[in-house]
Design a binder for this molecule. Structure first.
Ligand code: ASP
Length: 370
């Protein structure tokens, strides 16, 4: 029913528009086709078109399209947003081009310690893991935490023990370790550089989706930042910072300098802003709905009856990313909204990204100007 604007609600909206004159485009009673949408990322950062060969660019684009296709196939055949998010993330975790699963960055001690999280917008159920070293696809473990444990966030050995009880596939250290990432660590140590100096980009992966039922989900997976030490945890597995989904507002996955994303609470901040942007209008319209004999409203207006414009959603995401920048951080986010908008916002020169919708949108891009 959420995809129908009821004529009952519409008449109040029209009434409200006439009386108060602040709703410029009252929603009319009409059927709206169910929609799906998906957005993915493979990290943001200082990406320079002159420093990437056409072959490298094509390889990244093919990997992004492959992940997008996996998510699209699920959504277009009526699968859930949560299934689509995981289907899109798994190939990115398996691909050494990205800093998640295979190809993850190294810690100061020379290990690959993986973080991942998922959240379901239907009931805000969430699962997250940090510091796991043997799980082939950490995103699947995060989901098991969500569905099979009474907890939200597991770490290290305990998380691995839980994974083994859930019979999740494991892989030896060699599976995750790549020459390129090891070199980054060595350069960092030899020249006392920062993680950003050696990597120039964050290669975390993530996906967000809206399914035909109107449900949203988000997931993020990463190796963190090169040379991380002392058990450092970034934003990716922190619900509210790197990942958030709530059917009342949006689903978000982030990539960037995790410390800043945690401080701003980026993913939840974007969702909360969108939710309140809905609610201001809804409260106003609700106030003109006639009351029954008991003084209760005769009709409860639902957020889905007020579509949020793509411009408004973009504005809120950009405002939150501006806060990250003001504090000195950088990176980007992807988001989907209940209306089917699939958006990006980033304050770096590029972000590996892609999006597709049931309206026929299909794109992958890397540099800001694309
Ligand atoms: N956000 C991740 C972290 O701070 C890094 C990334 O996005 O690649 O761990």
């Amino acid at each position: 029913m959420r995809n129908y604007v009821s004529s009952f609600a519409a008449s109040f909206i029209v009434l409200f528009a006439l009386v108060v004159g602040t709703v410029s485009q009252p929603a009319l009673a009409q059927e709206v086709e169910p929609r799906w949408s998906i957005a993915i990322h493979g990290g943001a950062g200082t990406l320079d078109p002159d420093k990437m060969t056409p072959e490298q660019k094509a390889a990244y684009e093919a990997a992004l399209q492959n992940a997008l296709d996996a998510g699209k196939a699920i959504l277009s055949s009526g699968g859930t947003a949560m299934e689509a998010v995981q289907a899109a993330i798994i190939p990115l975790e398996d691909d050494p081009l990205f800093n998640a699963g295979r190809g993850a960055v190294f810690t100061w001690e020379g290990r690959n310690e993986l973080d991942a999280s998922v959240m379901d917008g239907r009931d805000r159920s969430a699962g997250a893991v940090t510091g796991v070293t043997t799980i082939k696809n950490p995103i699947l473990l995060a989901d098991k935490v969500r569905t099979e444990s009474p907890h939200v966030f597991l770490m290290g050995e305990g998380a691995e023990q839980f994974a083994s009880e859930q019979e999740l596939e494991t892989a030896p250290p060699e599976w995750f370790a790549t020459e390129r990432r090891l070199k980054s660590l060595e350069r960092m140590k030899a020249r006392q550089l920062s993680a950003l100096d050696v990597d120039h980009k964050f290669g975390t992966v993530g996906a967000v989706a809206l399914d035909l039922e109107g449900n949203m989900a988000a997931g993020t997976s990463t190796g963190g930042m090169t040379g991380k030490r002392w058990g450092r945890i970034g934003d990716a597995p922190v619900i509210g910072a790197g990942t958030y989904a709530d059917n009342r507002s949006c689903a978000v996955s982030a990539t960037g300098w995790g410390e800043y994303f945690i401080r701003v609470g980026v993913a939840q901040e974007i969702c909360t802003r969108l939710r309140y942007r809905f609610r201001m209008d809804i409260d106003a319209v609700q106030s003109v709905v006639p009351k029954d004999a008991d003084g209760l409203p005769t009709y409860i207006i639902h957020a889905s009856e007020f579509p949020l414009s793509v411009e408004s959603a973009q504005e809120e995401a950009d405002a939150v990313m501006a806060e990250v920048k003001d504090l000195g951080g950088d990176g980007g986010v992807i988001l989907v909204t209940p209306e089917g908008h699939a958006l990006y916002s980033f304050n770096t020169t590029g972000m590996y990204r892609g999006r597709a919708t049931s309206d026929g949108v299909n794109e992958v891009a890397i540099f800001a100007e694309e």
